[in-house]
Each structure stands twice: as C-alpha cells, then as structure tokens.
Design a binder for this molecule. Structure first.
Ligand code: PMP
Length: 290
C-alpha cells in the first residue's frame, strides 16, 4: 500500500513526515555535494557540517550547558548499561545506586553488577521512562550527597519535553523513539565525569576517547546522525520543546510480550490525527463493551 499507517510502535517509531520527505529529496545528492550522505567520508567537510549542526541544534533544544559533552555513539542504550559503570567507577568494587522501576532499569542494574557494586551512593541510575512498564518520573530525585551523580536512561522520553540537564551527570538515549532511526545512541555527559575509565574498558566504550574525537574516533553512524539532525531542526522550527509537547505522551495498544495488556507509544512524530483516531477507537470500544 502507498498509504502511511499510524505507527504506534515503541521503537523504531514513527518519524515526522516532513523529515522523511526532506531525507527523500536529499537521498541521492545531498545539497550539491555530488553524493548521498551514506557515501560521504565522515572526515570530510560536508559530514562535519552535518554532525556539528545536529549537535548545536540539540544543544539549543535541551539548553545543554557548555560544560557538557554531547556524544553520538553506537550500540544502543543497552551498551551504555556497561559503559556507565566502566567509565564512572574506578574499579568493580565501587558502590553505585540503581532504582529499578521496570525491565530496562533492571537490565541496567544487572549489567552494572559486572563492573561495579550497585548499592550505596556513588552514582544513582534511574530509567526516566520505563517503556514497557509505563513508569515515568514526573520530577527527578535530587541526591542528598552533593557529590552524587544522577544518571538517567531517557531512551523513551528524550526530547519529549524540556529537561534541566544541569541536574544530571549523564543522560543517555537510543535515538529510535523520538529523534531518529536506530543505530545512534546519544550520551550527554558533564565534562568532569569524563575521566579515566577502568583498565578493562574496551576503547569503543570510553567516553574520553569519543569526547576527544568529537564522536569521530571511528566511523560513526553517519546517516543516522544526519536523520537525527533533521529531526532536531524540525523540532526547533516548530518552536522547540514547548509545553504542549510536554503534555502526556503516553496512553496505554498492544503491550510488551513480557507484561501483556495494552500500550500505545506516542512519540513526538505521531500526528494529532493518529491520536484522535486512537481516542475515538477506544471510546467506540468502550461503548460497545461497557
Ligand atoms: N532503555 C529503555 C528505556 C528502552 O526503552 C530501550 C529500548 N526499548 C532500551 C533501554 C534499549 O535500547 P537499545 O535497543 O537502543 O539498546
């Protein structure tokens, strides 16, 4: 069929139509460069302008303070479950705190057990929005210990509303829900936390290496970064993360296989018409079955 469906998937998720059409128009030749973004050298000036604009637009959207680095990485949010304790802890004996509110924070907690001792305060890890269980923090905890570092997995609510970045040591998110295709993982980290990682840390998981090389240590997911850049630009053109966008992003279609029930993932790019259709469907269903 040539008709686009209303896609309520949890991720990969629906993207703004304007962004897809723009990417389509630039797919074959990107802005007079003579080639597709997929074919460009990641070291060339064209790709450099793409990644730099993506970063500066994201900085504007989230008002990221200058003392934070923005990294465009690979491996999904799941890779960050290991990268965080490897980079933030000096040894596997360092104590850390994890609040487990659902499957994703539980996975993060289990991975951290290999590289740290998750429990008393060193840093506190939370999942800002548990995509499967639907548990979202409306306000974020402020650790009592001023040296404690708040780390948040924002995979499913990244750029869905304004956030005070300065409250966090690290924010990370897979791009494939609100801001782009899968394959790009965004890490926003306060620069003083970019220190010596544990000796066993694979080079691809070292924040210092990626920060020093501006996310170009090796070949980055170039096309995905370009797509994220188009989404950031589109969000800025719409006025940024205004309060409207902050209103409830989630209602409960098909639940995750592990918990059942119903779930509708309505990320930023879901058009109003899609939501209206869902609402009227639910009302009809209720009227028929009440
Ligand atoms: N954390 C959260 C909150 C998620 O929703 C997901 C994916 N659904 C993940 C982590 C895992 O992300 P990835 O597939 O990018 O590794």
């Amino acid at each position: 069929s040539q008709e686009r469906l209303f896609n309520f998937a949890a991720g990969p998720a629906t993207l703004p139509e304007s962004v897809l059409r723009r990417a389509q128009s630039e797919l074959f030749i990107w802005r007079g460069s003579g080639m597709s973004v997929m074919e460009m050298s990641h070291r060339g000036k064209d790709f450099k302008s793409i990644i730099e604009k993506a970063e500066s637009d994201l900085r504007s959207l989230l008002q990221i303070p200058p003392e934070y680095s923005v990294l465009f990485l690979q491996g999904g949010a799941t890779t960050q479950f290991a990268a965080l304790p490897l980079n933030l802890c000096r040894s596997p004996h360092d104590p850390v705190d994890y609040i487990v509110t659902g499957s994703w924070s539980d996975k993060a907690f289990k991975e951290a057990q290999k590289y740290s001792k998750p429990n008393p305060i060193w840093y506190l890890h939370i999942c800002a929005n548990e995509t499967i269980h639907g548990v979202e923090y409306k306000t974020y905890p402020t650790p009592l210990n001023p040296n404690a570092v708040l780390v948040a997995d924002m995979s499913s609510n990244f750029c869905s509303k304004p956030v005070d970045v300065s409250k966090f040591g690290v924010i990370y998110a897979g791009a494939q829900k609100n801001v782009g295709p899968s394959g790009v993982t965004i890490v926003i980290i306060r620069n003083d936390l970019i220190a010596q990682a544990q000796d066993v840390t694979p080079v691809m998981l070292e924040y210092r290496i990626h920060a020093e090389n501006h996310s170009l240590y090796n070949t980055p997911p170039c096309y995905g970064i370009y797509m994220c850049g188009l989404v950031f630009e589109d969000l800025l053109e719409q006025g940024g993360l205004v309060e409207e966008a902050a209103k409830e992003n989630m209602v409960q279609l098909k639940g995750h296989r592990s918990v059942g029930g119903m779930r509708a993932s309505i990320y930023n790019a879901m058009p109003l018409a899609g939501v209206q259709k869902l609402v009227s469907f639910m009302k009809d269903f209720q009227a028929k079955h009440a």
